[in-house]
Design a protein around this ligand. Structure first.
Ligand code: COA
Length: 388
């Protein structure tokens, strides 16, 4: 396998973007990544785009070719492929781009992720997201993702003594980080009290325990590492790419507090990169709900199973802590345009490893991780990135 480097990154602001279309968002993120990489359109061998449900959110399918068209690549006739794995669609697109270069098939690939979720109302957005749950066993009976993650949270509280305050600390930390990120949907710090007093969505998850409904796009340019020096001095290598799957419905799982897909994808990635969690300096993890970040740091092996709540409460995962998590603000504060999320996580990891993360820079960051989950854990993709 060849080494693969990230040579360019681009993001739109995340949020309720009523004034911009699906096309405009992906064109903006893509052109920023191309400019950042210093390449031209004709240098690109292939395009991968992650999008979960553009058909339901904006009535647009056939997104691969559309993105090539709005990026001005139609006349180049490059292969343009859409990748779907619910909220892990972006991470899967990164992995497809990575594999296509690692295999020797391509030299330079552009990867994007997009979702425009606010054009439908809140109820339709919730129903669309629930298509990533098991229709026969979960969604048919009225289960939504806030409800499904609430079941994980109540079980975690029962098994390990995790409290609502532990969950709330995740939201407070991620909003504090989001306040330092000009691309974040929410850029205001929040208090513990405001999280605990927020409207209940599905006990024990209140409004502030949930990621929002978001619009946004992200893009990266990947290049064979041996050719990447031509474009940039700040090389960031994708040291590993792990992917795993599990049952769609929670009831089929060995343990609903553990996302085995995360366990397997991360173990695959650690093995490939020849590292352990102790060798990682920071992580962007999939905090679609506060409980999801607690499960993620446990299942990634950053803390012992059951200790995630305490670790967050002790400040281990803050920007100045021993293991910063979600420096971007995470899905909670940066926003969660589902198809874009996995790509945006790699953008943040790259900025950190290049020393370009501004006020939220982790000092001496050498190695970072991006963890992207689809549904309640049926799909998981983990990437490990290193400064070269
Ligand atoms: N975090 C912080 N603030 C939020 C928020 C969130 N998750 N969601 C909405 N808000 C804010 C809005 O900005 C708005 O503020 P304003 O009045 O100052 O403008 C206010 O809360 C009400 O917003 P509204 O859009 O009416 O909220 P809602 O009740 O329709 O939706 C949730 C709230 C939590 C139900 C919705 O954000 C949601 O479904 N989140 C989960 C998304 C999801 O499941 N993703 C996939 C995960 S697997």
């Amino acid at each position: 396998m060849r080494d693969v480097a990230v040579i360019g990154v681009g993001l739109t602001k995340f949020g309720e973007l009523w004034d911009r279309s699906f096309r405009q968002l992906i064109a903006e993120a893509g052109s920023k990544a191309i400019l950042d990489a210093g390449i031209e359109g004709k240098d690109i061998d292939a395009l991968y785009i992650g999008s979960m449900s553009s058909g339901r959110f904006v009535d647009q399918e056939h997104v691969g070719a559309l993105v090539a068209e709005v990026s001005g690549f139609s006349h180049l006739h490059i292969p343009a492929t859409r990748v779907e794995g619910a909220c892990a669609s972006g991470g899967l697109a990164v992995r497809e781009g990575f594999l296509s270069i690692a295999s020797g098939m391509n030299d330079i690939v552009i990867v994007g992720g997009i979702e425009k979720m606010n054009d439908v109302g809140g109820t339709a957005a919730t129903e669309t997201l629930a298509t990533a749950a098991d229709q026969e066993w979960e969604a048919f009976f009225g289960a939504t993702f806030p409800g499904i993650y609430a079941m994980i949270a109540t079980r975690h509280m029962h098994e390990y003594g995790t409290t609502r305050e532990d969950l709330a600390h995740v939201a407070v930390k991620n909003h504090a980080n989001g306040a330092l990120n000009p691309y974040a949907q929410y850029q205001s710090p929040i208090s513990l009290e405001s999280v605990l007093r927020a409207t209940m969505v599905a006990y024990p998850l209140g409004l502030m325990d949930c990621s929002p409904v978001s619009d946004g796009a992200a893009s990266i340019v990947l290049c064979a590492a041996d050719k990447a020096k031509k474009y940039t001095d700040k090389l960031v290598r994708i040291a590993a790419s792990g992917q795993a799957s599990d049952t769609l419905a929670l009831h089929g799982r060995r343990d609903i507090c553990t996302l085995d897909a995360t366990v397997h994808a991360s173990r695959m990635a650690y093995k490939q990169a020849k590292v352990t969690p102790k060798d990682i300096d920071f992580a962007e993890v999939h905090d679609c709900f506060t409980i999801a970040e607690i499960c993620a740091i446990e299942d990634l092996g950053i803390v012992e199973k059951g200790q995630g709540g305490k670790a967050v409460q002790q400040g281990i995962t803050t920007l100045n802590g021993s293991f910063p998590v979600n420096t971007s603000g995470g899905l909670k504060a940066k926003g969660h345009p589902v198809g874009a999320t996995g790509v945006a996580q790699v953008v943040e990891a790259t900025l950190q490893l290049r020393g370009d993360a501004g006020k939220r820079q982790v000092p001496d960051a050498k190695r970072g991780m991006a963890h992207n989950v689809g549904g309640s854990g049926a799909t998981c993709v983990v990437h490990i990135l290193e400064a070269m």
